[in-house]
Design a protein around this ligand. Structure first.
Ligand code: XMP
Length: 524
């Protein structure tokens, strides 16, 4: 039985981070909305209550029945969770007048509790709250305070219930990792045996059991998630797995052939479908971003479905869904507002009438990569930047034509190869605990965008009137927010020079210095 920490989400922006921090301790955890609490089985070793934008004093504030948890299992309340425990059990929470937001220093009370074992005094913690706990419940004692917040941390005597007003899960709380480790390992007693190897062992066994002798179809995209899902399934059911890799004609330079080759090397049974002409035809005359996305989604479903029909005995469709998608689709706030139609293959399962299997649905992106490495998948595939389903079509602003695709592919190829070739010593964007070694790995996602703008230039003695491209390189943890990456000037100078000299049709290169929000990563 896998030991588990249960995280109950009250809607904070950073609840996912609590999950990530617990997983970094090699402890399995699940995040559930507070109003959809799962049954508490014997594998649950402790419970964490998240923060929330709500105030406990509002009539509509999130409420939860903790009868089966508080005093029975270790419990940690964070921010709103802290205030909720105070308010609900007889303490007082009042509006603090102004929001307390940002850095503070945590003073640990004498004879502090196991939550603060080994935590240095006066370390920086991150606060973000409008209410303050002004009186503790009976039987509670303060274990930490800051200059502005007397009850910054407290515990309920005689039980394993701890409370922190600050956010130990965010990077700015210096001793946050130790505090969470003290809770998860020290107080809850978790061993920390949730490793990629264990995940692989138990997932392979359960896939075998679920699928039995049936056949499974999986759409490969060259991306990390579908590749890792395929290799796991292949380990579990071998030749019963049928992978389909559609060339939509909108991929990067040589991508289809290179990736197909790598898949064959890994022993996967992959059918490559060359459907470029069909997608280009579907895009003809379309320049509006959503119309382009929809046309691509529709063409994909048709091509994939036609190919899948050839596998006559398939009962399952495998998907590379990962944990942030799962949390997002059942979050307290509901699925987030639709900015772009991302899930362009959404209609596929209904149309195909197959059962769904999602072997990665409990993993964060960095865990998918760790599992991929443990499965022996090459770094080139495991460390790839995310790439959108509609591919280069949404990086050519306006109508997509074969000529523009050729220009973009060539410019993109120069940029990406240059990023790989430029050494650096920075943390890896996809796994901050590793060093990157080159700019490509230090960046979360990069690409070139072809703008629908032509401008005048001069080459040799000749006037030119050609396109402009924009380079985009961002750091992010999950694509939900992103910062533009500070590329070195000499690097940009060289790439710009290379693109303008080598790519016919481009005479100007810009660098996109917009963060998300308010911009998005892709331009369409
Ligand atoms: P945006 O542009 O919304 O993108 O900031 C966030 C992340 O999602 C990727 N993206 C997509 N992925 N199908 C996908 O599979 C799509 O339609 C799609 N649109 C954007 C984008 O590349 C970035 O990683």
């Amino acid at each position: 039985m896998t030991e588990k920490i249960l995280i109950l989400d009250f809607g904070s922006q950073v609840t996912q981070l609590i999950g990530r921090r617990v997983r970094e301790l090699n402890v399995y955890c699940e995040i559930h909305p507070f109003n959809k609490m799962p049954e508490i089985g014997p594998e649950v070793r402790g419970v964490i209550l998240s923060g929330s934008p709500a105030s406990v004093r509002d009539a509509a504030a999130p409420q939860i029945d903790l009868a089966g948890i508080k005093g029975r299992l270790p419990l940690l309340g964070i921010c709103y969770g802290a205030q909720y425990l105070a308010y609900k059990y007889g303490g007082a929470v009042e509006n603090s007048g102004s929001r307390e937001y940002g850095r503070a220093r945590l003073h640990i009370a004498q004879g502090a509790s196991p939550l603060f074992a080994g935590v240095k005094d006066n370390s920086q913690v991150w606060m973000s709250h409008g209410d303050t706990i002004t009186a503790l419940p009976e039987g509670a004692e303060v274990i930490g305070s800051t200059a502005d917040v007397a009850n910054a941390a407290y515990r309920f005597k005689g039980e394993q219930t701890y409370v922190v007003q600050f956010h130990p899960e965010v990077f700015h709380s210096e001793e946050g990792p130790r505090i969470l480790e003290n809770f998860v390992k020290g107080i809850c007693g978790c061993k920390g045996d949730w490793t990629p190897e264990n995940f692989i062992g138990s997932t392979v066994a359960s896939l075998r059991q679920t699928i039995g002798g049936d056949h499974v179809i999986l759409g490969l995209s060259g991306g990390v998630d579908s590749t890792v899902a395929a290799v796991l399934l292949h380990k579990a059911i071998g030749a019963q797995l049928h992978c389909i890799f559609v060339d939509n004609g909108l991929l990067r330079k040589n991508e289809f052939s290179d990736v197909l080759e790598s898949y064959k090397d890994m022993g996967l049974n992959v059918t490559g479908v060359d459907a470029g002409g069909r997608f280009l035809k579907a895009l003809e005359g379309l320049s509006e971003p959503e119309a382009k996305r929809k046309a691509i989604g529709k063409a994909f479903i048709e091509v994939f479905d036609a190919e899948a029909q050839k596998v006559t005995n398939a009962r399952y469709l495998a998907q590379g869904t990962i944990y942030p998608d799962v949390i997002e689709s059942c979050s307290v706030n509901g699925p987030s507002a639709k900015i772009k139609s991302h899930h362009n293959v959404g209609g596929l399962p209904e149309k195909m009438n197959l059962k769904i299997v999602e072997p990665l649905r409990s993993l964060f992106k960095d865990e998918v990569r760790r599992v991929g490495r443990a499965l022996g998948i090459k770094d080139e595939l495991v460390g790839r930047h995310p790439f959108p389903g509609p591919s280069l079509a949404i990086r050519i602003l306006g109508e997509v034509t074969a000529e523009k695709l050729e220009i973009l592919r060539n410019a993109d190829d120069i940029f990406i190869r240059s990023l790989r070739a430029c050494s650096c010593d920075l943390p890896s964007a996809s796994e901050p605990s590793r060093r990157a070694g080159n700019l490509y790995d230090a960046i979360w996602q990069a690409g070139v965008i072809l703008l629908p703008v032509r401008s005048v230039g001069v080459m040799g003695d000749e006037r030119t009137y050609e396109y402009t491209v924009a380079l985009r390189a961002v750091v992010s943890t999950d694509g939900m927010t992103a910062d533009w990456f500070p590329l070195p000037y000499d690097f940009m100078a060289k790439v710009s020079n290379d693109i303008i000299n080598k790519v016919r049709g481009v005479n100007r290169v810009c660098y996109d210095i917009s963060s998300k929000p308010p911009a998005t990563i892709e331009w369409e």
